[in-house]
Write a protein that binds this ligand. Structure first.
Ligand SMILES: CC(C)(COP(=O)(O)OP(=O)(O)OC[C@H]1O[C@@H](n2cnc3c(N)ncnc32)[C@H](O)[C@@H]1OP(=O)(O)O)[C@@H](O)C(=O)NCCC(=O)NCCS
Length: 178
């Protein structure tokens, strides 16, 4: 059913209207890249959790992530403690260009998941800015133990942000069903 919905949405949308949406009354914080006058666009962070799940799926597709059931992605977002999205704003249009979310016990611990920046916007400091924004929001909630699971190729990206690999020898451990 969800796949069918996506099919109809794609059929009746131009690629632009599928990838962008109106930005009126969209709450968030503008991030200055210093290139606004050249690009005629602005970057905005938001903690609004009303994300278009299809737009998020397209973003994840662009970095080559395996598809996940949309019903579960929606549930994961609804049950996350913090949802951070990053948008390119051009006039009245906005486009999802980054995403991260965190689960938490709301007291001591939070774990960051699904960190992604659109390939067209990578290597410009935006992933770092989005992570700093995410950490700031978690710290504002008085959460001090922030963890994540890094893919091998991005360990140094997180290291640069102050994340430690196996601090004091502590190992992340996983259990998977057979
Ligand atoms: C990982 C990712 C979020 C980084 O976003 P980005 O916007 O390109 O990163 P930035 O431009 O903000 O880079 C910040 C710093 O990290 C470094 N960096 C970026 N990607 C890196 C990588 N893969 N490995 C090592 N360092 C990296 C940059 O050189 C930069 O260093 P500096 O502070 O010394 O200048 C982005 O590449 C991405 O979405 N990748 C695909 C999805 C993914 O792998 N997500 C992580 C899953 S655990």
């Amino acid at each position: 059913m969800l796949t069918l919905n996506l099919f109809w949405r794609k059929l009746f949308s131009t690629s632009e209207s599928l990838a962008t949406s109106e930005t009126e009354e969209f709450p968030g914080e503008i991030f200055s890249t210093g290139r606004e006058s050249i690009t005629q666009s602005q970057i905005m962070f938001s903690t609004e959790r009303d994300i278009d799940i299809y737009e998020l799926e397209e973003l994840c597709d662009r970095v080559g992530w395996a598809r996940r059931p949309l019903r579960k992605v929606r549930k994961a977002i609804q049950n996350s403690f913090l949802v951070v999205s990053m948008w390119e704003i051009k006039g009245k249009r906005r486009r999802l260009i980054g995403f991260a979310r965190a689960t938490s016990d709301c007291a001591f611990n939070a774990t960051i998941w699904d960190v992604v920046v659109d390939p067209g916007f990578q290597n410009q400091g935006l992933g770092k800015a989005m992570m700093k924004y995410t950490i700031k929001k978690l710290r504002t909630a008085d959460i001090s133990n922030i963890t994540l699971f890094a893919d091998p190729q991005v360990v140094n990206f997180y290291r640069r942000l102050g994340f430690l690999v196996d601090p004091e020898g502590i190992k992340g451990m996983f259990w998977y069903p057979n």
